[in-house]
Every structure is written in structure tokens, then in C-alpha cells.
Ligand binder design. Structure first.
Ligand code: C2O
Length: 502
């Protein structure tokens, strides 16, 4: 793990986390990248050094700290062409931000095109400054992080544009996995070690490019206490689905006979099931033999449903308790256009501008009609409650789509899979499944963080196919709000423009 004052070198390396060697784009030379650990209120100075050389993948980069609000630091959000130009090879950029009022489980990833599918992903944990855990939250150990990732054998640029998305070859749990019909000796799977009688907080990080995973551990149940950096009232489940970008903290008691148990993460796309140890890792009790589990899969009887999750302590969602009861109400109908083979939000497919939206705003463009990309930027007034409903409509290819909002977490007024609206005590989070035809996932948030913020499907291939918009929050007040912007930020675009095309 690395701390708040660290350097992250981004470089190319051939790795074979599932036994198949391929060139990758890595942070710190590993997959996943090093865990970044800080505590509440810390100031992070993360120096990203670009040493990329492999022309079969992208040579520039940009890193997003997923779930961190970047209050008054919109310029440090890392979304390429929304808040910055990419960092060119042989240069570096310091992301300097304080994590104010947030604790929990986050992650970081490249936010340039589909680059994170090539490997640049890692976990990011913000610990509470030793607030004592109480009652249900009491655990003996909270050090375990379990990352769930899909993995592709071909470089992302070769697969970008495949409709609705390329199939993953394998699932990596903590960076290890197996693929179907792999020759030779199978790769050792990740092992999570526990001691009988102890209670653990597992932080499960969904760092998928595409697949949603159904997570379970044979014979064990969980108490969910966190969703996307927001504390939840404890909810007992025996499995939960983790969409791309989502995180959960689950308390698990090691209360079964000493032995080995399968940890399972079954993807909704690619190769499903557990044949030969795919989509699996091992939970091992101290004293158990070093062997693979033989525990049988039993179907879930208590799966997590998002609308059963409640915020632990939180003010009620702002606005009036009815549909459309916010100050500003926005409907984002999203669908797949069978003629263009692109995704659209309200009839517009997002196309990355060449000038970052933040730079356009700093140059004095404040109105949606002046901001590029046209039809994809929605300007929002400051200090208002915004309600956003996100119905999938028309041909729904490659869904369900997990939508992530930068710069905020939001109240989930209505979840996919439910027609109930909760104006009382809904869960807060930053990434929400928008479900299927007939669903209408609805969220509310308050515009207290000026700057342009991405809202997009977290299936990385789908951003490239246009499934995104930008909320430009208080554009006229943004320059003042996010001061000072470091001179290095100003240097990113000239350097990027000067880069010869590879
Ligand atoms: Cu985790 Cu816009 O990203």
C-alpha cells in the first residue's frame, strides 16, 4: 500500500494474471495497482508519472479517483477532456486534493478512453480517524480488500467499438484468475486468510470494465455496512451483485468449521460458472490444509436488493416527497441506436471534445448551447436540488448499465428492480444500476460543488460508444470556486496538442 504523498509510475509490462501473457498498462507495475490508503481529512498529493512506451495501447494517461468528491478541486478529477488534457509520455502531473468529510472504499482508474481495461486500476481506502466502531460495526480486522475485475487478452484499442462490448476472457479476484481451456498448470488463485471466531470487514471493489459480478462465499453470510463510501444500516445478505464502479463493505464472521471455502464472483458477461476454478478465489481458515476448497455451490436465498439498503445516518433527501419534487428535474432516457451502433442519452451520443469542458468554462463559455460536446452538456444552477431519472428505453443492448456521477454521491430515490420511491431514508452512493426496460432509477443531489462532472455508464466500452453526459455545475462560479489551479494543469493541453500522433 502507498500513502497520501506518493508517486504512481504508469508503465507498460507483460503480465499473465490468469496464465495468459499480455502487455498491460499498469500503475506501480502491478495489477491491480498499489492500494492507496489515507485517512479522513488527509491531503493527497499523488504524482502520476507517465512512462508509457507501448504503441499498441494508449501512450497518454489520466487518473480518476472514483468516488472522491474533489470539493473545490474539480481540476483534479482526472476525467480526460472533461476536467483535463491527458498526461503525455515522459511527463507527470500532481493530483493535489484533500478528502473532506469522506471515509470508506474508493478506487482509482485511468479515465482516458478505454485505457483502464488494459490494467490501470487500483483500490483507494480512506479510513476513519479511529472513530470507535459500534455494535454491528464492530470488527476484529478491517484490512481485507477484495478487488473484482474482468480481464481481456487483447489490448483495449483493438476491441474498442465492438458492439455492444467485447467479451472478457477471465475474472481476476485480487489480481488472480483462470481462463477457460488454459493449457498447462492452472494459476494459483487468490487466498483470503481468516481465523475462526473473528469478524472481518471485507471491502469489495468492483473494478470491472464491463461485467457485473455476483459475489458470495460458500456457507457464509454478510452484513453490508457500506455502499460506495456511504455507511448503510447493517443489512444481512448471502450474496450481492457488484456493478462496474461499485463498492461494498461486508462484515463476515468466520464462524464455520476450519477449512477452505470458495469465494465466488460470477460475471453477467463472458464465461460464467466455476468450472476449473474460474471466477473464484479461496477463503482459508487458519489451520486448514493448503488445498483448494471442495464446498458445493448453493444458490443464494438472500441476495442484496438495493432498495432494501438504508443510509445509516443521513438527512432525508432534499426536495419534496414526490416525483419531480426537486428544484431541477432532469430525465435522461438512454438507449442504443441500431442505425449508428452508438449509445445515446436523450438522443445525443457523447463525443469527447478536444478542449476539456473545464477549460471551455475557464475561457468564459457558461451556457449549455456554447459548451462542447453539443447536446451532452447540461448546465446546473448552484445550491439547488437536482433530481435525475434514468430510464433505459428502446433497444437495450449490452445493459444493465451502471451509471456513475462524479463529484457527488446521491440519494437513491428509486432503484432498478423496484417501482417504489423512498423519500425518507434511502441509501446514498455514487454508482447505480439503471436496470432494464420499465425501470427508472432516480437520484437526487445538491449542487454544492462547482465544476463540470461526468455522468456516464461505467462499462468503459460504453463511454466510448457515447453513453455519457456532463453536468456543468455553476459554470459562471467555477473559476472562483476551484482556485488556485496549479500552473502544471495549464501545461497539460499545450503538451498534449504538441504530441505527434502515434
Ligand atoms: Cu470510475 Cu467516470 O469513473
Amino acid at each position: 500500500a502507498i500513502g497520501p504523498d506518493s508517486t504512481l509510475v504508469i508503465s507498460n509490462k507483460v503480465i499473465s494474471p490468469d496464465g495468459f501473457p499480455r502487455a498491460a498498462v499498469l500503475a506501480g507495475g502491478t495489477f491491480p495497482g498499489p492500494v492507496i490508503i489515507g485517512k479522513k481529512g488527509d491531503r493527497f498529493r499523488l504524482n502520476v508519472v507517465n512512462q508509457l512506451t507501448d504503441k499498441t495501447m494508449l501512450l497518454s494517461t489520466s487518473i480518476h479517483w472514483h468516488g472522491i468528491f474533489q470539493r473545490v478541486r474539480n481540476w483534479a478529477d482526472g476525467a480526460a477532456f472533461v476536467t483535463q488534457c491527458p498526461i503525455t509520455p515522459n511527463s507527470s502531473f500532481v493530483y493535489d486534493f484533500s478528502v473532506v468529510g469522506q471515509t470508506g472504499t474508493y478506487w482509482y482508474h485511468s479515465h482516458l478512453s478505454t485505457q483502464y481495461c488494459d490494467g490501470l486500476r487500483g483500490a483507494f481506502v480512506v479510513k476513519s480517524d479511529n472513530e470507535p466502531y459500534i455494535n454491528d460495526y464492530d470488527v476484529d480486522d478491517e484490512s481485507t480488500i477484495i478487488t473484482l475485475a474482468d480481464w481481456f487478452h487483447k489490448p483495449a484499442p483493438e476491441q474498442t467499438g465492438i458492439v455492444p462490448a467485447p467479451n472478457p476472457d477471465s475474472t481476476l479476484i485480487n489480481g488472480k484468475g483462470r481462463y477457460l481451456s488454459a493449457p498447462g498448470k492452472p494459476v494459483d488463485l487468490a487466498v483470503i486468510n481468516v481465523v475462526k471466531g473473528k469478524r472481518y470487514r471485507f471491502r469489495i471493489v468492483g473494478m470491472s470494465c464491463d461485467a457485473a459480478f455476483t459475489f458470495s462465499i460458500d456457507k457464509h453470510i454478510f452484513k453490508i455496512i457500506e455502499a460506495d463510501g456511504e455507511e448503510t444500516a447493517p443489512l444481512v445478505v448471502d450474496s450481492f451483485q457488484v456493478f462496474a464502479g461499485q463498492r461494498y463493505s461486508a462484515i463476515m464472521a468466520a464462524d464455520q468449521p476450519v477449512g477452505n471455502y470458495w469465494i465466488r464472483a460470477n460475471p453477467d458477461r463472458g464465461n460464467q460458472g466455476f468450472a476449473g476454478g474460474i471466477n473464484s478465489a479461496i477463503l482459508r481458515y487458519a489451520g486448514a490444509p493448503v488445498a483448494e476448497p471442495t464446498t458445493p455451490f448453493t444458490p443464494s436465498t438472500r441476495p442484496l436488493k438495493e432498495f432494501d439498503l438504508r443510509a445509516l445516518i443521513a438527512p432525508k433527501p432534499p426536495g419534496k416527497p414526490h416525483v419531480g419534487g426537486a428544484d431541477v428535474n432532469i430525465n435522461l432516457a438512454h438507449h442504443f441506436n441500431l442505425d449508428t451502433l452508438l449509445y445515446e442519452v436523450n438522443g445525443v451520443s457523447f463525443e469527447s471534445p478536444t478542449v476539456p469542458v473545464l477549460l471551455q468554462i475557464l475561457k468564459g463559455k457558461y451556457a449549455a448551447q456554447d459548451l462542447l460536446p453539443k447536446g451532452s452538456v447540461y448546465t446546473l444552477p448552484p445550491n439547488q436540488t437536482i433530481e435525475v431519472s434514468m430510464p433505459p428505453v428502446g433497444a437495450q443492448r449490452g445493459g444493465p448499465h451502471p451509471f456513475h456521477l462524479h463529484g457527488h454521491s446521491f440519494w437513491v430515490i428509486r432503484s432498478a428492480g423496484s417501482s417504489v420511491y423512498n423519500y425518507n431514508n434511502p441509501v446514498r452512493r455514487d454508482t447505480i444500476d439503471t436496470g432494464d426496460l420499465g425501470d427508472n432509477a432516480t437520484i437526487r443531489f445538491v449542487t454544492d460543488n462547482s465544476g463540470p462532472w461526468f455522468l456516464h455508464c461505467h462499462i468503459d466500452w460504453h463511454i466510448d460508444l457515447g453513453l455519457a453526459i456532463v453536468f456543468a455545475e455553476n459554470p459562471a462560479g467555477t473559476a472562483d470556486h476551484i482556485k488556485p489551479i496549479p500552473p502544471a494543469w495549464d501545461q497539460l493541453c499545450p503538451k498534449y496538442d504538441a504530441l505527434p500522433p502515434s
